[in-house]
Design a protein around this ligand. Structure first.
Ligand code: IPE
Ligand code: IPE
Ligand code: MG
Length: 254
């Protein structure tokens, strides 16, 4: 396992979020069609999930399909849905063997019926696992999530359940799809794109961002370790000064 010994297991990111990008370009570079790239990306998912579970990461969110991705050519969308349903079904025994709990965020009611069922079944079958929580963002976008949250808050205000003046950051957090999970501390995007593409805009407020040129189908545990090592070299200040942070770290060590 390359680099693993130098990862400080006491300072792991609690939650890693990944924008798995570059499948289409990876395939085209090999003279194949885009779906071939998506199929190859499944091995990267396996490797990354395994790597996170072995290290003891608590939460891993994978951006698999955005609300905007519905606008792709019909054959790519249907191919992706079929791949998704098949992968989820096949992976459930491995998830259970490794004590991994599957969760989803996103507008999953938009999925075709068969994929929706497969997904709910897998969530149910892994519900009592207590190791890594694997969150798949499917038909997800942050703006969709925020608009939906605001609609629900407005309804609850109208029904007298909450008062406008009582709405604070915790209220908003509770209405998001991610209410059960802590914010990501490390966000990785593959394929050399430097953007967020409507992913967890609220939750990534203080995440460390890591970008790599590696296309998703080439991403392996070694790449994950590299990102975590990079994360561990950063000073997270949360608006404070570097001196304050060093002082707090020194006090904590006592
Ligand atoms: C990421 O790879 C997977 C999905 C968005 C579903 P892409 O399909 O976006 O690949 P590129 O970015 O076109 O290379
Ligand atoms: C973001 O990738 C969505 C997923 C990885 C699922 P895209 O390929 O859709 O993002 P853009 O269009 O390049 O911003
Ligand atoms: Mg892309």
């Amino acid at each position: 396992m390359p680099d693993l010994p130098v990862i400080d297991k006491t300072r792991l990111p609690l939650h890693i979020a990944i924008i798995m990008d570059g499948n289409g370009r990876w395939a085209k570079e090999k003279g194949e069609n885009r779906l071939f790239g998506h199929y190859q990306g499944v091995q990267s998912v396996r490797d990354t999930v395994e790597g996170c579970a072995e290290l003891g990461i608590s939460y891993l969110t994978l951006y698999a399909f955005s609300t905007e991705n519905w606008d792709r050519p019909e054959e790519e969308v249907s191919g992706l849905m079929a791949l998704l349903a098949e992968t989820i079904r096949k992976e459930v025994p491995t998830l259970n063997k490794n004590n991994i709990k599957l969760q989803t965020i996103g507008n999953i009611s938009m999925l075709p019926e068969y994929a929706y069922k497969e997904l709910l079944e897998a969530v149910e079958l892994t519900r009592t696992n207590t190791g890594l929580t694997l969150i798949i963002a499917l038909s997800y976008s942050s703006r969709w999530e925020l608009v939906t949250a605001v609609q629900h808050i407005a309804t609850d205000v109208k029904n007298g359940k909450i008062q406008p003046g009582d709405i604070n950051q915790d209220t908003l957090r509770n209405y998001l799809n991610t209410s059960a999970f802590p914010d990501p501390e490390l966000m990785i995007r593959t394929s050399g794109e430097y953007r967020i593409s409507n992913f967890l805009l609220y939750q990534l407020a203080y995440a460390e961002l890591y970008f790599t040129d590696t296309r998703w189908p080439d991403f392996r545990k070694a790449d994950l370790y590299k990102a975590i090592l990079n994360f561990q070299q950063r000073e997270r200040r949360f608006g404070k000064t570097g001196e304050q942070i060093q002082q707090e770290t020194a006090t904590d060590a006592l």
